[in-house]
Design a binder for this molecule. Structure first.
Ligand code: 5GP
Ligand code: ZN
Length: 108
């Protein structure tokens, strides 16, 4: 298994979880861009939001975002899903960035 997020989700690479459910995990980003920087990751390998065809999983991921943010104490946060290399995606296993804990500027 070469996908880093598949390996983390399988527990092959230890990574403390903010939240885990049968469908997803939420972990802290290894290179945080804000005081709180979570990643919400489906256990199932889906390359990106563009290839997510399961609307039910999409709903669960959004619910996971809400719950992970709540557990991290974030009342306000930014949600990002880089979709494709030109958008900044570097890990090709779908994930949502949840950023907060400081005022965030306009999107660049
Ligand atoms: P992308 O650029 O694909 O939207 O975001 C990938 C994110 O995954 C980056 O913010 C990067 O810091 C994070 N990341 C990459 N490898 C690891 C890892 O092994 N553990 C954790 N916790 N985050 C990772
Ligand atoms: Zn994967």
């Amino acid at each position: 298994m070469s996908c880093i997020f598949c390996r983390i989700a399988a527990g092959e690479i230890p990574s403390p979880r903010v939240l885990e459910t049968p469908d997803l995990i939420a972990i802290r980003d290894i290179a945080p861009q804000a005081p709180a920087h979570l990643l919400v990751i489906p256990r199932r390998h889906v390359e990106s939001l563009a290839s997510l065809e399961d609307a039910s999983l999409g709903g669960k991921l959004l619910e996971g975002v809400r719950e992970a943010a709540r557990l991290a104490g974030l009342a306000e946060y930014r949600l990002i899903a880089n979709t494709g290399a030109s958008a900044g995606q570097t890990v090709f296993h779908l994930h949502f960035h949840v950023l907060g804990g400081r005022p965030l500027g306009a999107l660049g």
